[in-house]
Design a protein around this ligand. Sequence first.
Ligand code: SF4
Length: 291
Amino acid sequence: MTNEEKTAAAAFLDIADDYLAGGYRKTRAPRVYTGGGERESPPGEGEIRAEFQGGASGASKAEPAASETEPAYDSLEPAAADEAVPADDSLEQVAADISRCGRCGLCSTRTNTVPGEGASRPLVMVVGEGPGADEDISGRPFVGRAGQLLDRMLDSKGKIGLSRSVNCYIANVVKCRPPQNRNPLPDETAACLPFLRRQIRLLKPLVILAAGNTAAKALLDTTEGITRLRGSFAAFSLDNRDIPLLPTFHPSALLRDEGLKVPVWNDMKTLRAKLCELDAGYAERMADTPL
Ligand code: SF4
């Protein structure tokens, strides 16, 4: 077998192995056979990552390389990256680590990273898919038309009473903009999820609102689509704690299809009912605000 044939066979076996193991491609260096028949990674991969991270010394101490975090997307059990997080972790530290992250290719096309923003002890953490053009420019999540609609959904003229300035935190599954607003790829999602888990661990939200297909699938580790998932609470497990998670449509889907407003309003009412169960202060406030 020639070296080229060996290289092609190894690539095929890697693909088969990934799909049999979990259905998603893992981040790995392509394997190349050299003249001596010895298998090695192609030169330059390490240098490229170091450049993304501003050199080896610029890499996050708390976060190992992406290959050490796998299989984060297959399983939302704490991965090596989470376990390495220091006890004094903070939202600021997570944002700083994100700002110099080069774990996936999205770092090469971003203008700004978009870690998230909102209350530090939120009732609800909203998780969307990824930053769009406005978010990439501003470094803030959900600031375009979809973001303005999300803000209106969360408040709903006081009937839901949620706001990023008071009792909500808003973030995305991936913290850098996918080019042309495409969906994040599975390996990009896998690389970024440890940051989201750190944020959830620090924020301790009472409820997670997963906005859209990508967020719901990633957080629930399911292949079910948002149309089937939405409207009912599921559980997001982290550190032996189950956090109620409500999938709903992404606000950008509402902008495209007004017919989704009714199901989303129903989801908001379901969210309100759960918060009334879980938080006495919220329930008291909502008692004066009939639906
Ligand atoms: S999307 Fe996430 S994993 Fe990829 S470079 Fe940005 S911060 Fe890092």
